[in-house]
Structure formats: C-alpha cells, structure tokens
Design a binder for this molecule. Structure first.
Ligand SMILES: [Zn+2]
Length: 53
C-alpha cells in the first residue's frame, strides 16, 4: 500500500522534471514572434500566426 503511494509520487516527480527540462515536448514555439504556445494550439496566442503541422 505504502509502496504504491511511493511509486505514484515518484512517477509524478519524474513527470514534472521531464516537463520542466524538456519544454519543447509540451510547448510549441511560434516561428513568427517566438512566444511559447501549448502543443494543441492551432494559432499563436500572441500574434495569431497559424502553426503548420
Ligand atoms: Zn506568434
């Protein structure tokens, strides 16, 4: 029981470290203005340029 909780916490920590150290996995950089957008974004939130797939 306590080992399961430990595993869940460790997976959460690993996920957070990955998310912070490899932001390009989760973010898209706008080719026009360079601002970071979420990976699901279809257009840049800052300048409105559409992203190519
Ligand atoms: Zn932009």
């Amino acid at each position: 029981m306590s080992s399961n909780l430990y595993l869940v916490i460790m997976l959460g920590v690993i996920f957070l470290i990955t998310a912070f150290s490899v932001p390009s996995l989760f973010r898209k950089k706008c080719p026009n203005c360079g601002s970071k957008n979420w990976i699901e974004a279809k257009v840049c939130k800052k300048c409105g340029v559409p992203f190519q797939e």
